[in-house]
Design a protein around this ligand. Structure first.
Ligand code: 1GP
Length: 254
């Protein structure tokens, strides 16, 4: 009997088969758990490849557990935690982006929360996916919370330096983040430079301020393999239409 694929293997398989994957970010703080379930269900119908659950403030405890459970009941997509600290872990999730905010000034976000969370990840049997997390200007709430030295738009070489450091430390996923609700997403030149540096074996995620299919498509053409959208999915009146627009464009842009 063959074993079930890990979430990382599933994502890598989707990227190999279709060029790119679409993840929808749901912040447990923003809506009731049953609404989060409906959002995930609509996203799944529209072709999304997974649901990320997390937020910079207040995304822990009972509301997190109930949100993850509601999403699991509503669809078959993998649920990947995206925690801002140790309180963002839930035993009901499939995986966690086990990330280090490499350009933080505060060791809390580089190694301390990771050390506090690691035994919990093991006890809950959540799959850890090692990820380098890099915050690019404007950075939004997560930039403030994570006390990041935001990478300026005109300094792609700084993003490359951090990304290479992450690669040499063994990380397999790299997330270039402009901050939720950012007016402008991460610049295409920076995406292309980072992708060139980390190589094909590492996967590049881009999120923050991606508002439509055209931007998502441009970002994938620049080198990203995973697109994260949160705010547009929260704000639209038609989740299926919005997610379909983004998902279809990234799958055909490769
Ligand atoms: C935040 O990158 C994600 O971590 C999503 O950003 O809410 O702007 O889509 P948006």
């Amino acid at each position: 009997m063959s074993r079930e694929l890990s979430v990382e293997e599933k994502l890598n398989g989707i990227i190999k088969a279709t060029g790119a994957a679409s993840l929808i970010l749901i912040d447990p703080e923003t809506q009731k758990p049953e609404v989060a379930g409906k959002m995930a269900e609509d996203s799944a119908v529209a072709g999304a490849d997974g649901i990320m659950v997390g937020g910079s403030t207040g995304a822990g405890g009972a509301v997190l557990d109930e949100t993850v459970q509601s999403i699991k009941r509503a669809c078959n997509l993998p649920v990947i935690l995206f925690p801002s600290n140790v309180s963002g872990l839930s035993k009901y999730a499939d995986a966690v982006f086990f990330m280090s905010l490499l350009n933080s000034r505060d060791p809390t976000y580089i190694t301390t929360n990771q050390a506090l969370g690691a035994p919990i990840v093991r006890r809950y049997r959540i799959e850890p996916i090692p990820m380098a997390y890099l915050l690019v200007e404007p950075g939004g709430t997560v930039g403030w919370v994570g006390d990041a030295r935001l990478i300026p738009h005109n300094k792609p070489q700084l993003a490359v330096a951090y990304a290479l450091a992450g690669k040499y430390m063994g990380m397999r996923y790299f997330y270039l983040e402009a901050g939720s609700g950012a007016e402008k997403h991460v610049p295409l030149e920076m995406i292309a430079s980072v992708k060139e540096a980390i190589g094909k074996e590492c996967k590049l995620i881009v999120g923050g301020g991606i508002k439509n299919g055209e931007s998502a498509s441009n970002i994938v053409e620049a080198g990203a393999e995973i697109i994260v959208t949160g705010t547009v999915v929260e704000e639209t009146t038609n989740i299926k239409k919005k997610v379909k627009e983004i998902t279809e464009r990234i799958k055909t842009s490769c």
